[in-house]
Design a protein around this ligand. Structure first.
Ligand code: DOR
Ligand code: ZN
Length: 351
């Protein structure tokens, strides 16, 4: 049995860091594990231009622990009023790594998202021309569509037409949760222009877990976890080594009181054990040898950036995920698998 595993230092291609005290509390976990992370722009107010992205990047850099080489990769939040010139200028100066499409009202802080795709076509056409990737939250918001079907319906109503109309646009289908999404991404694999991130939690839980013994607010996220057959399709995709699939935790911290309430926020906080969670999934699938492809190699290839120079080492060693992470005197966050044992532990990281 493999007892230790050394990988190229991985990256997190989908992460929520928030701002202020929350940022300062959660960032060290990600910086300890990953070389880079794509930082989501759904702050209040969202990061919609260069000035906002520069200020947010400065705040993240100021919150980094000493001695880390972690690099935040900034994204721009697309709105109905986004300006193609502003976004292209952010790309030119190396500020924007990607642009994020939230369908309006699809999820946390998405009320300023895109109400109709035709309104942002000039921006998408420019992105296609300059090679700037679009990251999509792939769920329709039509209230008539069942919440468990919103990703599959998004493929047929939005994503397939978008890829057809903009044949050179590079797109990442974020946090895929269904066998339908896996099949769609695989069918586009030859083009090399459609990637997909997969979270650790969607590899580990199905929708029954949300109701095991009572309602489990800390397992609620969007897209919501689906049936077991979908989870199995995600595990197969992630552990296959296929180039289109790469690591994106979607670690999304919310204070306990925002989760444990009558109308709780969507988001699962996986950062404190991110790589260890993925290692557990790959180990159980008998595919530890593919973890490096998924975590460290496929993402840089898609984004056209070098892999990280450093290495990380995981060992087979039991430890317990903390019950909570303190954010401030009156706020804490509950991590995924809080108080539960994990079988893999990150022990070293070199830059
Ligand atoms: O569960 C989620 N949380 N899904 C999202 O799309 C947004 C995220 C957040 O920002 O909390
Ligand atoms: Zn997200």
């Amino acid at each position: 049995m493999t007892q230790s595993l050394t990988l190229r230092r991985p990256d997190d291609w989908h992460l929520h860091l928030r701002a202020g005290a929350m940022l300062r509390a959660v960032l060290p976990f990600t910086a300890a594990q990953f070389g880079r992370a794509i930082v989501m722009p759904n702050l209040r107010p969202p990061v919609t231009d260069r000035a906002g992205a520069r200020a947010y990047r400065d705040e993240i850099r100021a919150a980094l622990p000493a001695g880390t080489d972690f690099r935040p990769l900034m994204t721009c939040y697309l709105t109905d009023r986004s300006d193609p010139d502003e976004i292209a200028a952010g790309h030119d100066e190396g500020l924007f790594t990607a642009v994020k499409l939230y369908p309006a009202h699809a999820t946390t802080n998405s009320d300023q998202g895109v109400s109709e795709l035709r309104l942002v076509m000039p921006v998408l056409e420019r992105m296609q021309r300059i090679g700037l990737p679009l990251l999509v939250h792939g769920e329709v918001t039509d209230p008539a569509v069942d919440v468990f079907d919103r990703e599959a319906v998004f493929i047929e109503r939005v994503l397939a037409p978008l890829l057809r109309d903009l044949p050179a646009l590079r797109v990442v289908f974020e946090h895929v949760t269904t066998a339908d999404a896996v099949a769609f991404v695989r069918a586009e694999a030859d083009s090399g222009r459609l990637g997909a991130t997969i979270t650790a939690h969607h590899l580990m839980i199905n929708r029954s877990a949300l109701f095991a013994g009572g309602i489990r607010p800390h397992l609620y996220c969007l897209p919501v976890a689906k049936r077991e057959r979908h989870r199995l399709a995600l595990v197969e995709a992630a552990t296959s080594g296929a180039a289109a699939f790469f690591l994106g935790t979607d670690s999304a911290p919310h204070g306990i009181t925002a989760k444990e309430t009558a109308c709780g926020c969507a988001g699962i906080f996986t950062a404190p054990a991110a790589l260890e969670l993925y290692a557990e999934v790959f180990d159980q699938a008998g595919r530890l040898d593919r973890l490096e492809d998924f975590a460290s190699l496929n993402g840089p290839r898609f984004y056209g950036v070098p892999v990280n120079a450093g290495r990380v080492t995981l060992v087979r060693e039991a430890w317990t995920v903390p019950e909570r992470i303190d954010v401030s005197a009156d706020t804490a966050v509950v991590p995924f698998r809080a108080g539960e044992p994990l079988g893999w532990r990150l022990v070293s990281s070199s830059v």
